[in-house]
Design a protein around this ligand. Sequence first.
Ligand code: ZN
Ligand code: ZN
Length: 313
Amino acid sequence: MHIRFWGVRGSLPAPQLPSQIKSKISAILERLTAADIESPESRERFLAELPPWLFGTVGGNTPCITVHTDTLPGPLVFDAGSGIREMGIALSREKPKPSSYRVFFSHFHWDHLQGLPFFNPAYDPGVQIDFYAPLNNLEAALYGQMAPPYFPVSMESMGAKKNFHIISDKLFFDGVTVSCKKMNHPGDSYTYLVADGKHRFVYATDAELSAADFIKNEENAAFFEKADLAVIDSQYTLGEAIEKYNWGHSAFSMAVDFAANWGIKHLVLFHHDPAYDDRKLFNILQSARWYMERMNVKGIKLSLATEGQEIKL
Ligand SMILES: [Zn+2]
Ligand SMILES: [Zn+2]
C-alpha cells in the first residue's frame, strides 16, 4: 500500500503569505556562514540541516490523499479538496496514467470537495471515476457545487464516465476492502479503513474524538485496532479543542491518546488549521512528541501530514 498526501490543510486553503516567505528567507540568511557556501556539498549540507519549517512547507491545499494498492489498477482517493488538482496533474503524467479512480468522500463540507471542478482526469473521456459516500445526497452535492452562480462549468461537461455509489458499510474490490464508520462532526463525517490483507490504513478527518471512539467494543476494534497507519484530525491544541467544543475537530493530544488506546503503529496529524504557519505546525508536532513522552506512550511513530509526503506500508 502506497499512501500519498496531496492536501493536508483543513477548512480553507492556506497559501504561504509574502511576509512568511520573506521571514523564512531572512531566517535562513541569519544562519548562513561563508563555510556553508564554499562548495556544492557544503550548500547541500546546509540546506539538509535547516529545520523543516524553514526549508519547505507543510502545504496549503485542503484534504486529498491517494492510496495505491498492489491489486487495483487505479488509486483510491480520499476527499477532493484543493489538493486533488495537483494529484490529477501529477498522475496524468505517469506512464501508464490511471484510467480509473475511486473517489471517497468523508463528507461534503466545502474543503473536501472544492478541488473537484479542477480535477483534470474528470474531463478525459478515457477515464472512469466512481464516487463513493455513505451520504444519500452524493450526486446532488457534487452537481450542486458545479452550477451557476458558483461555477461556470457544469458536471455534465466532465467527459469521464461517472458512477455514483451510496455505500453503507463495506466494499470489496479485488483483494481490497474499504469500510466506513460515522464520526462525531457537525452534519456527520465518515472515517475510512482500507485493508489489503497485509496492511490497514485509517483515514479519520473532521472527527471530534469522544469517549465513544475509545470504547473497546467489537465495532471499534475491527476498525481501529493495530492499524498500520492512521491519519487523524488534529486541527487544534487542547486549549482550542476545549474552547471549540462541538466544532467537530480534535486536539493533537486527543489523537495521541486515541493512537495509544488502539495500538496504532503510525499516527499522522492531519487537517491543519489554516491560521497556523509552518513553525506553529512543527511546534505542534514537537508538543505531541513531548506529550507522548510524558504519558509514557511507546511504540507509535508520529508524523505531521505534509503535502507531497509518501508513506509505503
Ligand atoms: Zn474539513
Ligand atoms: Zn467538516
